[in-house]
Write a protein that binds this ligand. Structure first.
Ligand code: UDP
Length: 374
């Protein structure tokens, strides 16, 4: 009999959810991660009393009560509602696109006026289903908003022209005919009190975890230790890039501690012009209302400028480029994965999908529940 039922490669949200449910149902689980930290890209680190999101902003939001109840077993959530703003050449606009944005952009005040404006601006657009991000964006919000709030940001974020990007990316953002700046329409949202690292620590509390352990470098010995492996890393790397590397965007973060209490007055400011080199600036303290864990105002601040860059092997992969070329290559990797008897693949990197955190948890839960009911 082997030492473990499951080895899980990756201590991010997908791996942690699988590990937690399996452990609770009596399975023997080992989690390994090549990083020296837990929680994958949701990892937070405390600096000056502030939980700094070291790999970019993570705000949990879901419409699924079951998922919400599940994550609330491991953390209290603070009710933070994300309302980022856009800075276009020094002018500030509300996000997501809603009546506040339309008022700021065009001076219109009623939904009817806003709709008329959008209709007028999308007149010269092709009718029928939008085939790329540019067409999709103009048909949703008109040309002015596309030019000022979408085009530059998207081209920086993805390193590609909006015409060459899939339409679904922009459908992530709601368009509302109400004065509502909440970015996510989800019923349940927030940031875990104490940070994501503490939440994942709690999920993995009674589970053996080996950090600084790269599954792919110790594949043979780890496979020998368990009946099954759950792999949450990049699927192309698992197969040694044998069908070619999938493309990703990577992020670079520049962190700065400032001796002032308030730099930008909001957790997230997107810089939507093409010339500013960063895509957004996060001011971490505002995810927790500017207070430390004892409820006191924090006098300094930590900000992070986020830059999006083309990924090369050796960098951290963040966003999958879900265009046709890459999706086709992914499907070929998936065929190899489906033939594995003892390895299961899941999560953003192994499924090459632009997942939100709640979708990651949901998909891990589903996979494990199916596995356990067989
Ligand atoms: N987007 C934009 N302007 C903004 C914010 C987002 O054009 O100010 C577009 C951009 O193409 C981006 C996509 O909407 O990649 C999805 O944005 P979201 O905030 O969901 O991205 P994430 O937080 O996952 O990076």
């Amino acid at each position: 009999m082997k030492q473990y039922d499951f080895v899980i490669a990756g201590a991010g949200l997908y791996g942690a959810t699988c590990a937690q449910i399996l452990n609770e149902s009596g399975k023997r689980v080992l989690v390994v991660d090549r990083r020296g930290t837990l929680a994958g890209n949701a990892y937070t680190e405390k600096m000056l009393g502030i939980n700094v999101h070291k790999y970019g902003a993570h705000i949990f939001h879901t419409a699924n009560k079951k998922i919400w109840e599940y994550v609330n077993r491991f953390a209290d959530f603070n009710g933070f509602v994300n309302s980022p703003v856009a800075n276009y050449r020094g002018d500030i606009y509300s996000l997501p696109f809603n009546m506040n944005t339309f008022k700021e952009m065009w001076g219109v005040v009623t939904p009817e006026e806003a709709l008329n404006k959008i209709e007028e601006q999308k007149k010269d657009c092709a009718t029928g289903e939008a085939v790329n991000l540019e067409e999709q964006a103009i048909s949703l919000v008109g040309r002015d908003i596309y030019e000022k709030l979408i085009k530059g940001y998207t081209e920086k974020q993805w390193g590609r022209e909006c015409k060459d990007l899939p339409a679904f990316i922009i459908k992530r953002l709601p368009v509302r005919m109400t004065y509502d700046n909440s970015y996510f329409g989800s019923q349940y949202q927030g940031v875990p009190v104490g940070g994501y690292t503490a939440m994942v620590e709690k999920m993995l509390e009674s589970i053996e975890v080996r950090l600084n352990t790269d599954y792919l470098k110790h594949r043979k010995e780890l496979n020998d230790m368990a009946d099954k492996v759950i792999f949450t890393g990049p699927i192309d790397e698992f197969y040694d890039y044998q069908l070619g590397p999938l493309e990703y965007r990577t992020l670079r973060f520049e962190e700065e501690v400032m001796d002032i209490p308030n730099f930008q007055g909001n957790a997230i400011v997107n810089y939507t012009d093409r010339d500013t080199p960063w895509t957004r600036i996060i001011e971490h303290k505002w995810f927790e209302f500017g207070k430390d864990s004892s409820g006191k105002d924090i006098l300094k601040t930590v900000i992070t400028r986020e830059y999006s860059e083309e990924w090369e092997p050796g960098n951290e992969p963040y966003y999958p480029i879900n265009d046709e070329k890459n999706n086709t290559m992914y499907r070929e990797y998936k065929k190899l994965a489906d033939r594995e008897k003892n390895v299961l693949f899941g999560g953003r990197l192994a499924e090459y999908r632009y997942y939100d955190m709640d979708q990651v948890v949901e998909s891990a839960m589903k996979m494990i529940n199916e596995l356990l009911s067989i």
